[in-house]
Design a protein around this ligand. Structure first.
Ligand SMILES: Cc1ncc(COP(=O)(O)O)c(C=O)c1O
Length: 384
């Protein structure tokens, strides 16, 4: 892992990197924050040297500090690549699967990622194999398959079932079979898991979520170590034009400055709420990797430096009770998406496209940074 070296010669903590990386050079009169540059084109002088700014679809200086900071957080050897959305980043990563290739995906993952895989099956003759990503032996067998897969897609913890993958073991198994590995690190954030350090080839983010953190931008990113792979994704982004606007990227970097505080606070609150919910008489099931009874607990404790801020909750009384809880809440926002400073809640199967193995009455709670007692009081009155 290539963590930037701090002033005393030791590796910087990720919470420090989130604050310090991607700042302008420290010269007298320089701004503390990078500027937003609103220009679609650049003054030219003959044949542009490679790397020069020419046209803003190919590159703009407003992306650079964000891409540097995210790469530093993920411990990547090359700058990240910002994309128009998490899905744009996922589409770029999925482009590694050739026509007629094999793609192994978790049976539970962000539903549009799975829809994208199905689209590849329909339009590019890709064989899509769905696996329980927590079942390491089953995933290893699937990547080897009757013929090796082109790509293993990992999400951990999964959306919305919170299964935890043994990502280092999966990378080892995939690489032994010559299979590339992409990890959607949106739920964990680089503060909780750094898949590149485990050997993953590609990391993708919905920056929309924790990285930006304020539910005010839609943005994505791809992070890789390998310079050739980065060049391939840069070419993809330029060809497809799936680029981010300067304001969104600036806002995302601004949000990322407080990532460590937000993640620490919301994780602590989520663990506290999960423990309380597990003892509540109106609760049938709670999922959070912090709970010793959770199937992902041991693995999360071993591999991750936190348990995340998403809780799965099934109230007693099935779908009517779950919908009634959402309706009755006053503080928790009924909304899709997650990872904002505000706590939000959603019954995922209200989407007909959600995986049928996700329980109908499962509520996905995204814990924000409000006071735990206020969130708990609201949950108690709604459950009651
Ligand atoms: C785990 C995960 N990955 C990717 C995405 C897609 O990101 P975006 O909405 O920024 O396109 C989401 C969105 O909810 C997500 O939850």
């Amino acid at each position: 892992m290539r963590t930037p070296i701090g002033p005393r010669g030791h590796d910087l903590d990720p919470s420090t990197i989130a604050v310090t990386s991607g700042r302008p050079r420290r010269t007298p009169g320089a701004p503390v924050n990078p500027p937003v540059v609103l220009s679609s084109t650049y003054v030219s002088a003959g044949v542009p040297p490679v790397g020069d700014l020419v046209y803003a679809r190919a590159g703009t200086e407003t992306w650079v500090p964000f891409e540097r900071a995210l790469a530093d957080l993920e411990g990547a050897a090359t700058p990240a690549l910002v994309f128009a959305s998490g899905m744009a980043a996922i589409a770029a990563a999925m482009s590694l699967v050739p026509h007629g290739g094999r793609l192994v995906v978790p049976r539970h993952a962000y539903q549009v990622t799975l829809a994208f895989a199905d689209d590849l099956a329909a339009r590019a003759d890709v064989e899509v194999v769905r696996v329980d990503i927590a079942d390491t032996a089953a995933v290893a067998a699937a990547v080897r398959g009757p013929r090796p897969a082109s790509l293993l897609w990992v999400e951990s913890p999964t959306n919305p079932m919170l299964e935890v993958a043994d990502t280092p073991a999966l990378v080892q198994a995939a690489h032994a079979a010559g299979v590339l590995v992409a990890v959607d690190n949106t739920f964990a954030t680089p503060l909780v898991a750094r898949p590149l350090a485990w050997g993953a080839d590609v990391v993708v983010h919905s920056v929309t979520k924790y990285l930006a953190g304020h539910s005010d931008v839609v943005l994505g990113a791809v992070v890789v170590d390998d310079a050739d792979l980065r060049a391939r994704f840069l070419a993809y982004r330029t060809l497809h034009g799936s680029i981010a606007g300067p304001w969104e990227v600036w806002l995302a970097l601004r949000g990322m400055r407080t990532l460590a505080l937000r993640v620490a606070r919301s994780q602590d609150t989520a663990a506290d709420l999960a423990r309380r919910l597990a003892a509540h008489p109106r609760v049938a099931e709670v999922r959070h990797p912090s709970l010793p009874s959770d199937p992902g607990h041991e693995r999360a404790a071993r591999l991750m430096s936190g348990f995340g801020s998403i809780i799965g909750l099934r109230p007693v009384g099935g779908v009517p009770a779950a919908d009634a809880v959402v309706d009755a809440l006053r503080l928790w926002v009924p909304a899709t998406s997650l990872g904002g400073v505000e706590s939000s809640i959603e019954r995922r199967r209200r989407f007909a496209t959600e995986a049928p193995t996700v329980p109908e009455d499962l509520l996905r709670l995204s814990v924000g940074i409000e006071h735990v007692e206020d969130l708990w009081a609201d949950l108690c009155q709604a459950l009651g």
